[in-house]
Ligand binder design. Structure first.
Ligand code: FAD
Ligand code: SF4
Ligand code: SF4
Ligand code: SF4
Length: 368
């Protein structure tokens, strides 16, 4: 058991936006704050996510077609194809099957389409073009939605029955396909630990002596790492580094510490976090589902993620927002940013279809 409870203490309140796997890591850090230190994340805005891609593989694939990511203005996955909107109104697309050759291995075992652990989830599926689908899951999520609507940051309308059916179909499709992959890996003696949910006390016992070497063997080396950076954030010794692809350590783990293993969303997960009743509840527990559109922001779909974050910061519900912007040095490479500036939140709108260690900027906040 990790005994360093001073780790990652923070008085700042942060609203984050992230993929379902990143939201799961945030939930673990929240639920185990006694062991991991108080988490700065106060509001979790989860995105829908069917799959994600390796940045370097995607770049290589596009090179085959003489395409350069620096010419891409917007990227969308829609109707079975990946669309690249280019400068000078050009359009290039590849089939999703071809793009899937660049899919991250960890996405093949992912069971969550709609960020089931978030306060409020946002996606495009289920709503008309230019609108987002919003699933409210907690009181905090409801407060954010209602206040943002009252302040005219967003408008909402009822979601159609066919929209709900489509979401249900896609969420179940992801779970069905990926549970088959989980079983395949388990049959090949490559256990998918996060699928082995267990009661809290058993979970704490099971992971009590697990350190970075176990994380490497159980998650990183077998293609289950989602590159979220929760291991880096929670390490009290500051010895975890993520320089591009994989977490590594530079140093030795002291006896008794298991923080990285506990915060990782791809090691064992307690049954309080993971929803196994997939047939009954394909997108987890929720209070309300609506279609929504931002009144003053443009985004990937309805601009709702940007509007909710901007409202949360402007109204001082939180101090800062954790967003994923594009790197300034490599086109379309995602880069996490912590900011209290609405212009920067707006600049980070739009989907970047690859992964980045989203929690890294919180480490810098901690050291401030
Ligand atoms: C990898 C990925 C796959 C997705 N797949 C689907 C899907 O299959 N079906 C579906 O309905 N929706 C999917 N989405 C969600 C969709 O693309 C939109 O993000 C969502 O509908 C919100 O739209 P918006 O206009 O409200 O967001 P915007 O206002 O444009 O804001 C988008 C927010 O997403 C954040 N963001 C961008 N890229 C990333 C990233 N790589 N990781 C974490 N955060 C990021 C930004 O910080 C920004 O705040 C996916 C998103 C991602 C990141
Ligand atoms: S593991 Fe992949 S598919 Fe699952 S939420 Fe993360 S990025 Fe999306
Ligand atoms: S890398 Fe070692 S010291 Fe750091 S959190 Fe993991 S077990 Fe603890
Ligand atoms: S090993 Fe680290 S970066 Fe990878 S999923 Fe686990 S916590 Fe996230």
């Amino acid at each position: 058991m990790n005994t360093n409870v001073d780790n990652n203490q923070s008085t700042e309140k942060v609203a984050m936006v992230g993929t379902p796997c990143q939201i799961m890591a945030a939930s673990l850090m929240d639920d185990y704050s006694n062991e991991l230190g108080e988490s700065a994340i106060d509001i979790k805005i989860g995105l829908f996510c069917m799959e994600n891609f390796s940045y370097s593989y995607l770049k290589e694939l596009l090179k085959k077609y003489d395409m350069d990511l620096k010419d891409v203005v917007e990227c969308r996955v829609e109707k079975g194809r990946m669309w690249f909107y280019l400068t000078e109104n050009r359009l290039f697309d590849i089939s999703l099957d071809e793009a899937k050759s660049c899919m991250r291995k960890s996405c093949q075992i992912c069971m969550d389409f709609t960020s089931e652990g978030s306060d409020i989830s946002v996606g495009s599926v289920g709503s008309p073009e230019g609108w987002s689908t919003v699933i409210v899951r907690s009181e905090k999520g409801m407060e954010l939605l209602e206040k943002a609507e009252a302040a005219k940051y967003i408008k909402t309308k009822a979601i159609s029955e066919s929209g709900i059916k489509l979401m249900e179909r896609l969420a179940l499709k992801k779970k069905k396909e990926n549970v088959a992959e989980i079983k395949k890996r388990e049959d090949m003696a490559r256990p998918v630990l996060y699928w082995r949910t267990m009661p809290q006390n058993e979970y704490l016992e099971e992971i009590s002596a697990s350190q970075f070497a176990d994380l490497k063997g159980d998650v990183i080396d077998i293609g289950a790492c989602v590159l979220c950076g929760a291991c880096l954030l929670t390490c009290p010794e500051n010895i975890v580094e993520i320089n591009d692809r994989k977490p590594q350590i530079k140093g030795t783990c002291p006896e008794g510490c298991n923080a990285c293993y506990m915060a990782c969303p791809r090691t064992y997960v307690p049954d309080t976090i993971s929803n196994r009743d997939t047939e009954k509840s394909p997108f987890g527990d929720y209070v309300k589902i609506v279609s929504a559109q931002a009144s003053m922001f443009q985004g990937q779909d309805g601009g709702v993620a940007t509007a909710l974050l901007s409202y949360a910061v402007t109204s001082k519900m939180v101090d800062e927002a954790l967003v994923v912007d594009k790197s300034t040095s490599e086109p379309w490479k995602p880069e996490a940013k912590l900011t209290g500036n609405v212009e920067e939140i707006v600049k980070a709108s739009g989907t970047k279809y690859s992964a980045c260690p989203i929690f890294k900027p919180l480490k810098e906040l901690e050291s401030k």
